[in-house]
Design a protein around this ligand. Structure first.
Ligand code: E4P
Length: 253
């Protein structure tokens, strides 16, 4: 999991701001709810998530694209390049923010190159090794999706793969492929991937919600509210609340 000296600095220099968060879901009401936090930069879907939603893929995709202005990954279902391209071009026509997701297979990477050359961004999914991630970068992928939780599930080291990718991609600054940490199972995965400088993490809604939580936050807030109640004060005074007299003069911090 260790990153070679200097690699992270070189790598993160190319990153925009802080790690971006995508939501890994096709549940429109969950996405709407989480998007309201202002913390959601994009969405990833896959055939299993669409099946779970029980809804029409194209309809759901259109709704998600309208809801979240960032990149929305939509996965092809075909397995040969020609059909992947047909599906990918159709899905890309649904909204400007669609990113086409293709599996990491020889046909998928051929489709990746063709779609990329057309100007359509591609997310190469089902990546389980550094060797695969090198191929995806060479095929022009906009994103590579290493599935860390599924690696952990089989006793491998998911975060170790992220460390390898950060090191490899940082050695070749002309690679524009971004590491999209996928199959995230818990906030610790997010924290460790962020420490390495991974560009994006796609989070199941429960993981993003869990990131807000800390028992000491709940306990501390409870104590603050109890103490505040003892003062008998209110911050917004009645009855002048909302009038100009009620507004304090703002001084620079
Ligand atoms: C990524 O884009 C995939 O949709 C996803 O992260 C898969 O995760 P899972 O292993 O929880 O199904």
């Amino acid at each position: 999991m260790a990153i070679a000296a200097g690699a992270r600095e070189v790598f993160t220099k190319g990153c925009r701001d802080i790690m971006r968060f995508f939501i890994d879901s096709a549940d429109v009401s969950e996405i709407r709810d989480l998007a309201a936090t202002g913390l959601v930069d994009g969405v990833t879907t896959n055939p299993s998530l669409i099946a779970k939603s029980g809804r029409d893929f194209v309809e759901v995709l259109g709704e998600i694209c309208a809801l979240v202005p960032g990149p929305i990954s939509a996965e092809v279902a075909a397995t040969d390049t020609t059909s992947m391209l047909a599906e990918g071009r159709y899905l890309a026509g649904i909204a400007e923010n669609v990113v086409i997701k293709v599996p990491l297979t020889p046909d998928g990477l051929k489709a990746c190159r063709a779609l990329t050359d057309d100007g359509t961004p591609v997310n190469v999914t089902l990546c389980f090794s550094a060797a695969q991630a090198i191929l995806a970068a060479k095929a022009g992928a906009r994103y590579i999706s290493p599935f860390i939780g599924r690696l952990d599930d089989v006793g491998a080291d998911g975060l170790g793969l992220i460390a390898d990718l950060v090191e490899i991609y940082s050695a070749y600054p002309t690679f524009t492929t971004e590491i999209l940490v996928a199959s995230v199972r818990n906030p610790e995965h997010v924290v460790e991937a962020a420490k390495m400088g991974a560009h994006v993490a796609t989070l199941p809604p429960a993981v993003l919600r869990a990131m807000f939580k800390h028992p000491l936050t709940d306990k501390g807030l409870e104590a603050f509210l109890a103490d505040w109640a003892k003062t008998g004060q209110t911050i917004l005074k009645q009855p002048s609340q909302g009038t100009d007299d009620a507004k304090p003069t703002r001084r620079r911090a």
